[in-house]
Design a protein around this ligand. Structure first.
Ligand code: PEP
Length: 247
């Protein structure tokens, strides 16, 4: 039985002071959550949020990292830096990073391996554009992303990955995939994972849905057999996030 995992992607929001206020509001409401809960926050909020969640079961994640241990990569943050702070998750390959920062599948693959090497759980994002959905190539596209992003992982390593299926047309648009659309792709993702790592491993990997998840639609999405929780953007900055976790 896979435990649900709900992660909030704060994106480029919240100064450290605002982050503290948000944690003060959310943490008491997230006590005894039945799901794993993760706050994926800007680098500058990591320490504040790590301090704020101390003594709770809430984990903290970053939203990106570099694939090298260290070196001349101005402006970048490494896996050992995150690990030493106490960060346990990292979002990799979010569509905003792919689109605005030209992040490639090959770079994402290196980052996934690096995260795993340092004991960080990567939340690996994949998903199609509206044009791809309308051209009926959603599953083919997502299959290709996963094959590239997870290439070279062992079965054991694959168990340490969380996949987030995020149709790009549903991110920040208020347009949520229907529960049937989301389930169809998440089931196809599990099939691809089975081809890559074996059925038994695929059954253990958690697959989130992301894209305008809110307090109204969360319960029906998370009740689908291959949807093991959500990656939540906009609603993770509000009290609504606690309602989503309770779903
Ligand atoms: C996201 O940032 O990954 C996301 C799904 O955003 P939103 O929930 O706002 O659509």
């Amino acid at each position: 039985m896979r435990k649900k995992i709900i992660a909030g992607n704060w994106k480029m929001n919240q100064t450290p002071m605002q982050a503290k206020q948000l944690c003060d509001m959310l943490c008491p409401q997230l006590e005894h959550a039945a799901a794993d809960v993760v706050f994926c926050v800007p680098f500058t909020d990591l320490q504040t949020v790590l301090d704020a969640v101390q003594g709770t079961d809430i984990a903290v994640g970053a939203q990106n990292m570099h694939f090298a241990d260290q070196g001349a990569y101005t402006g970048e943050i490494s896996a050992p830096m995150l690990k030493e702070m106490g960060v346990s998750y990292v979002v990799l390959g979010h569509s905003e990073r792919r689109e605005y920062f030209a992040e490639t599948d090959s770079a994402i693959n290196q980052k996934v391996k690096q995260a795993l090497a340092y004991g960080l759980t990567p939340i690996v994002c994949c998903g199609e554009t509206l044009e791809q959905r309308e051209a009926n190539i959603t599953i083919e596209w997502v299959r290709m992303q996963l094959k590239l992003d997870l290439a070279g992982l062992s079965e054991q390593q694959a168990k340490g990955v969380v996949i987030a299926y995020e149709p790009i047309w549903a991110i920040g648009t208020g347009k949520t995939a229907t529960k049937e659309q989301a389930q169809e792709v998440c089931a196809a993702i599990r099939t691809v994972l089975g081809e890559m790592f074996g059925k038994e491993t695929a059954e253990q990997i958690r697959i989130q849905y992301g894209g305008s998840v809110n307090a109204k639609n969360a319960a029906e999405l998370f009740a689908m057999p291959d949807i093991d929780g959500g990656l939540v953007g906009g609603a993770s900055l509000k009290e609504e996030f606690a309602q989503i976790v309770r779903s």
